[in-house]
Design a protein around this ligand. Structure first.
Ligand code: SAH
Ligand code: SF4
Ligand code: F3S
Length: 437
């Protein structure tokens, strides 16, 4: 009889790709994917802890499984990812949800097969969290679920220790894969028909500093020179490591999308210093100028945090000013969330919730204005879209242009995985709507 798995993923693209690796392990064990938790023989929660609401979201969903587990006693529930990797969180989780069978961390995902086999033999709960031993994961066999896009890790971990951020504590020290392994992986993905490759790392620009043989701009250049019909993206770039050489490489090869995610976090120099970002707002603006000098049409997107401890009205205004100056194509905006174990968690002057709420609303309003303006620029233009999927609700295909804008359009036959030219007729917030030409 067939056995089924269901994976619930929270958090960043890194986690989305790691869920594909978990799916690969489960497929090797003979499980097949199923869309409903109720039908699954094993449910895996791949968690995130970047902000409190990401944690609460996972807790809520794991809690809802209690009734199902009481009915389906043989169902295995496993929880892994960044949440469990935090100090003491695995034990807390076990206390809160004693019916969870396997708790694993970010550094032992590739042992999940052994844990499941052991769990099937012995009924005991398995709590297995390991510390980072510096290993660079190779030879994973992900079960990819996002054709025509494929994610490729180039670095793991983070050494930046931004004072608000939990990632360095749960993902370990930064380490890079060897360039030849990355190039080999991309070559085979392109040969398999993947049309968009995204190189992944917490800070791709520092690839080369920790164990790699070449700097990031050289890696990007080499990957872009791989033969075949594909687009290349990378994320995330830390502004302090964004170099002129990198801007030149982006400009030199049309396979590299003119779209760079460059998280600024704040426009205030004192907040940036307290965040340990190691650049000032004018350093950031210089990087933007360099990028626009070589790639004038580049869509620059960002992440911004409001309500960092000690953020004054003046600091917040500096952020608004910087957003106006850069004119971001779009931005992810967050209210600061206190994370135990980080340096900022111990800072005095945590900002009250009402102030954070007002600031985020003001910022979102400004960002939305800019996003709408950037979308409106495409109306009347023909854009090249990589068709990703069919959106049943809208009755339209969907895909992105090279600037990362979602485009919806009608099509006669299955266009998934094809590059299509679409004439944009309408802009709707962050999305564009048009017709194939
Ligand atoms: N490594 C990437 C992304 C890290 S997480 C980078 O450095 O850009 C994605 C975003 O979450 C960050 O850019 C930051 O804006 C936000 N973030 C991280 N920790 C946070 C916290 N404690 N509270 C609110 N937002 C946070
Ligand atoms: Fe977190 Fe900073 Fe590392 Fe990004 S660079 S993961 S924000 S510590
Ligand atoms: Fe979340 Fe971990 Fe990514 S904390 S944002 S899943 S690296």
């Amino acid at each position: 009889m067939d056995k089924f798995y269901h994976i619930v993923t929270y958090g960043c693209q890194m986690n989305v790709h790691e869920s594909e690796k978990i799916a690969g392990i489960l497929s090797e064990l003979g499980y097949k994917s199923c869309p409903c938790m109720e039908d699954a023989d094993i449910v895996v929660f791949n968690t995130c802890c970047i902000r409190e609401n990401a944690e609460n979201h996972a807790y809520g969903n794991i809690g809802m499984l209690k009734k199902l587990k009481a009915k389906k006693r043989d169902m295995i529930i496993a929880v892994g990812g960044c949440l469990t990797q935090q100090i003491k969180k695995a034990d807390d989780l076990h206390e809160k949800f004693p019916y969870v069978d396997i708790i694993f961390g970010t550094h032992n995902l590739n042992k999940l097969k052994d844990y499941i086999e052991e769990k099937r033999k012995r009924k005991k709960v398995l709590i297995e969290i390991e510390e980072c031993d510096g290993t660079v994961s190779e030879g994973d066999k992900p079960f990819r679920t996002s054709y025509p896009n494929a994610w490729v890790n180039i670095t793991y971990g983070c050494n930046n220790f931004c004072s608000y951020c939990i990632v360095p504590y749960v993902r370990g020290r930064e380490r890079s894969r060897k360039s030849e392994n990355i190039i080999k992986e991309v070559r085979s993905l392109v040969a398999e028909g993947y049309k968009e490759i995204t190189l992944l790392g917490q800070n791709v620009n520092s690839y080369g500093n920790y164990g790699a043989d070449i700097p990031f701009y050289e890696l990007l250049d080499k990957v872009a020179k791989i033969e075949g019909d594909f687009r290349l993206r990378f994320m995330t770039s830390h502004p302090k490591d964004f170099s002129e050489e990198l801007a030149k490489v982006i400009a030199s090869n049309r396979k590299i999308c003119h779209c760079v995610h460059l998280p600024v976090q704040s426009g205030s120099d004192s907040v940036l210093a307290a965040m340990n970002r190691r650049y000032t707002s004018s350093d950031y603006l210089k990087k933007v100028d360099i990028l626009r000098k070589y790639v004038p049409d580049c869509a620059i997107t960002t992440d911004i945090i409001v309500g960092f401890p000690g953020e004054t009205e003046l600091d917040f205004n500096d952020t608004l000013e910087l957003v106006k100056k850069v004119d971001f194509a779009s931005a992810f905006t967050f209210v600061y969330s206190r994370r135990d174990g980080t340096v900022a968690a111990k800072m005095e002057n945590q900002i009250p919730e009402e102030i954070c709420k007002r600031r985020i609303m003001e910022l979102v309003e400004l960002v939305n204005q800019q996003t709408r303006k950037h979308s409106a620029k495409f109306v009347g233009q023909t854009v090249n879209v990589l068709c990703e999927d069919y959106d049943g609700k809208r009755g339209m295909y969907q895909g992105r242009n090279e600037y990362g804008r979602m485009v919806y359009f009608k099509g006669e036959c299955d266009l998934t995985g094809q590059f299509v030219n679409v004439r944009v007729e309408e802009a709707n917030g962050i999305a564009l709507i048009g017709k194939t030409v």
